[in-house]
Write a protein that binds this ligand. Structure first.
Ligand code: AMP
Ligand code: MG
Length: 421
């Protein structure tokens, strides 16, 4: 029996008093940023994983001519009788890139290869598997359809058509599409510059020995990885101690050199004060407590022209808040047309513990069962400091605020990491 107390709508994340809902927090963050100005022209290969700054209009018809979709024989449909077998006389060959220049006469067939221009007079292609060939004689049986196996001029793109829109994230498919139009250079938005650092007296960088009570800084690595995949310019400013002056210096430097200042740690009650004081002194800042787990506290604001995002220090919280809040905001700054993160409803194989009140992003493993149907399992212990279950996971299991636990077989909403890049 399910213990769910509320439905599982994705935006049904009613918060407990004093906390912002995830939806509300995400909207406020999006509202607080604007697209970064500036663009550059690049050779199309260099535009991979960049954002188009203009629409792209087709200057060509693609394909540029009617052509064959198969290796076979180009014929005139009206030559084919209604029953029995019939013979056509071979009149020539059309290769891709080397058209047959004559005209097809009645009773003739042209040997044709995939991609070759349909010869004048032909209107149908018959697959070579469906004919018998004896020297110059091509024998067909009935059962062909007029116009078969012909790819038509402009079927993919027509002259003047908008084929890609400003704000498009360029993937290998867009490279191919632009190449098929003969486009050599393309205008893309300037890369966003993100300066990031970790705060915490207990943090040490790789290569430094650990003393009592100290831990290695891992957030700078997860943040590096997530930023790198967004293809922004990255400025790693290292670890900053929990000291007023050090924090002020770092914030100022970061805001001077970057479009975005991203920090982790120091935003929970207790050690938030320096960060809060400093930000209030240097810019505008909001500290929000978001009704989500992991990752309740979040600092959002601005220092001069730079947007400021402060994610919590716990490693899984830092990643979750980055994916759910910072990434959409950065995408807006990069000028990417918003896309909706893919979520699916699938049966959960495990029992999941949860208290009603906060929306939870649990970590899960999405697989197929023996029947080939998608199912999700827990990736293990779910603490906000447990990186192993984050690493094993390939999706978030999104449990709305009202949910009070999941029993095996219950449908849950999952968000595959693949969609989060
Ligand atoms: P904070 O948000 O600063 O209160 O930190 C919450 C927890 O996350 C504490 O246990 C910190 O030691 C840990 N933590 C903070 N920053 C990092 C980091 N960069 N790498 C690994 N753990 C961190
Ligand atoms: Mg701290």
């Amino acid at each position: 029996m399910s213990k769910k107390t509320a439905d599982t709508q994705p935006d049904c994340d009613q918060p407990i008093t004093g906390l912002l809902s995830v939806t509300e927090a995400r909207q406020r963050i999006l509202d607080s940023v604007t697209p970064t100005k500036g663009q550059e022209k690049l050779a199309i290969r260099e535009s991979l994983e960049r954002v188009l700054s203009t629409d792209i209009l087709s200057t060509l018809n693609v394909p540029p001519h009617d052509n064959s979709a198969m290796d076979g024989y180009a014929i005139k449909y009206q030559d084919i009788p209604q029953s029995g077998q019939f013979d056509l006389k071979l009149a020539g060959t059309a290769f891709a890139g080397k058209p047959f220049t004559g005209k097809l006469a009645a009773g003739q067939a042209i040997r044709i290869m995939t991609g070759a221009v349909i010869p004048d007079g032909a209107d149908t292609v018959v697959m070579q598997e469906h004919v018998e060939r004896n020297g110059e004689t091509v024998t067909l049986s009935v059962g062909h359809q007029k116009g078969n196996h012909i790819r038509h001029i402009g079927e993919d793109m027509k002259i003047g058509q908008t084929v890609l829109e400003k704000g498009q994230w360029v993937t290998p498919a867009e490279l191919g599409l632009m190449a098929s139009l003969g486009i050599a250079e393309v205008a893309v938005n300037r890369k966003c510059r993100v300066a990031f650092f970790s705060t915490g007296d207990e943090l040490r960088s790789i290569g430094e020995p650990l003393e009592a009570g100290q831990i290695y800084d891992s957030n700078r690595y997860t943040l590096y990885g997530m930023l790198k995949r967004m293809n922004v310019d990255i400025i790693d400013m290292g670890v900053i101690a929990d000291k007023r002056e050090a924090i002020r210096q770092a914030f100022q430097t970061a805001a001077n050199i970057a479009d975005v200042v991203l920090t982790s740690g120091g935003v929970s009650v207790g050690d938030a004060d320096y960060v809060k004081e400093t930000l209030e002194e240097l810019g505008e800042i909001n500290f929000w407590r978001v009704a989500m787990k992991p990752g309740k506290p979040l600092a959002i604001g601005r220092i001069n022209n730079a947007a400021f995002f402060g994610v919590p220090g716990n490693p899984v919280s830092a990643m979750t808040t980055f994916y759910q809040f910072v990434k959409p905001a950065l995408e807006k700054m990069m000028g990417i047309t918003p896309t909706f993160a893919l979520t699916l409803k699938v049966p959960c194989m495990a029992k999941l513990k949860k208290n009603a009140g906060r929306l939870e992003y649990q970590r899960g493993i999405l697989t197929c069962n023996n029947e080939g149907e998608p199912v999700v399992d827990s990736s293990g212990v779910q603490g906000s400091h447990i990186m192993t279950s984050m690493s094993r996971a390939n999706c978030f299991i999104i449990l709305p605020a009202g949910n009070a636990g999941v029993d095996p077989g219950d449908l849950v909403e999952v968000q595959p990491f693949a969609g989060l890049i």
